[in-house]
Design a protein around this ligand. Structure first.
Ligand code: BV8
Length: 257
């Protein structure tokens, strides 16, 4: 069935939810014009696979290459806005007693569009820290990106290591607090809404299964088949920027009604 024919079903499930947990990925920001993780490597970086750039080894081998890739992506994010999908996700807070947004995205668009409870599994491209964590694990360094080079990874102000983006690279563990919250909220929710993720990257990829095994209803919003699709109870095959506002409009009619 086409996704518009499933909007009422999705709204009915969400309308009855007491605890809604969302799991979102790069597709959430696609309609903001931000390339997904796998798209963002044209030009200088086109001969590298993203997975080869987003690792601590890549940064140690060539800090300036990795740094310039993140500065390029930060410029894209800084020049973009949250889209109607993000705003609709934020509007869910008004319809469900408890809403938690667990995101793999590093662009702050859920927070900027008003979502209150956001768990960033993979960090944030707008934050920076010392590669050697000289001030303590994941201690943020206040860096005015307008004053630093876009091509050369800046020196840490406290030691002779380089500054890196505060994101989680492949082979790195996720922030303990984020993992704990994410799996708690997945296991506790009665509905999980999965939006714009291929469901390939662990441990984020395990969240829908955890929710399913705990008895939650799984709704997926994605124009394409993903690793989540086989376990979803309802699949709306469309773009988040159109599907999510339609679901929120249907919820609004129910609330008015
Ligand atoms: C970990 C931040 C413990 C950085 C990211 C071997 C060695 C080492 C590790 C591993 C290994 N084998 C497996 C692993 C684990 C590894 C992993 O899962 N690898 C995969 C590739 C097999 N994971 C890790 O390393 C994690 N850490 O496990 O620690 C450990 C430690 C050591 C050894 C073992 C274990 C850390 C993973 C975090 C990596 N960092 N991001 C940065 O962004 O630069 S991942 C990055 O890619 C994103 O954050 C995101 O998570 C991922 C991309 O996934 P998606 O968000 O789903 O995006 P994608 O492009 O794939 O899909 C977009 C979807 O949107 C599509 O389905 C599309 O159809 C849809 N879409 C498109 N348009 C729209 C739409 N949907 C809705 N609306 C639209 N308009």
């Amino acid at each position: 069935m086409s996704w518009p024919e499933l909007v009422e079903d999705a709204a009915q499930i969400i309308h009855q939810a007491q605890h809604l947990t969302l799991s979102t990925g790069a597709g959430m920001s696609k309609e903001s014009g931000v390339p997904t993780f796998r798209d963002a490597h044209e030009g200088l970086w086109e001969k590298y696979k993203p997975e080869e750039l987003a690792t601590p080894q890549a940064f140690q081998r060539n800090p300036d290459l990795v740094w310039s890739w993140y500065m390029f992506r930060l410029d894209l994010v800084s020049g973009a806005e949250p889209n109607a999908g993000h705003r609709a996700v934020a509007a869910l807070d008004a319809f469900v007693p408890k809403v938690t947004v667990i995101t793999q995205n590093i662009d702050s668009f859920h927070q900027l569009s008003g979502s209150v409870d956001v768990v960033e599994l993979h960090g944030n491209i707008r934050r920076f820290r010392c590669f050697d964590n000289c001030q303590g694990p994941r201690t943020i360094i206040d860096l005015a990106t307008s004053e630093v080079s876009k091509e050369i990874a800046p020196p840490c102000p406290h030691c002779d290591a380089r500054v890196r983006p505060d994101v989680v690279w492949y082979g790195e563990t996720l922030p303990e607090w984020a993992i704990k919250r994410a799996f708690e909220e997945a296991a506790a929710c009665d509905v999980m809404l999965v939006i714009g993720t291929s469901g390939l990257v662990n441990p984020a990829a395990r969240l829908p299964q955890v929710a399913k095994e705990a008895g939650a209803t799984i709704i997926e919003v994605n124009p394409s088949f993903s690793m989540v699709t086989p376990i979803a109870d309802l699949v709306l095959e469309g773009p988040a920027g159109e599907v999510m506002p339609a679901i929120v409009a249907a919820l609004g009619k129910r609330a008015a009604g």
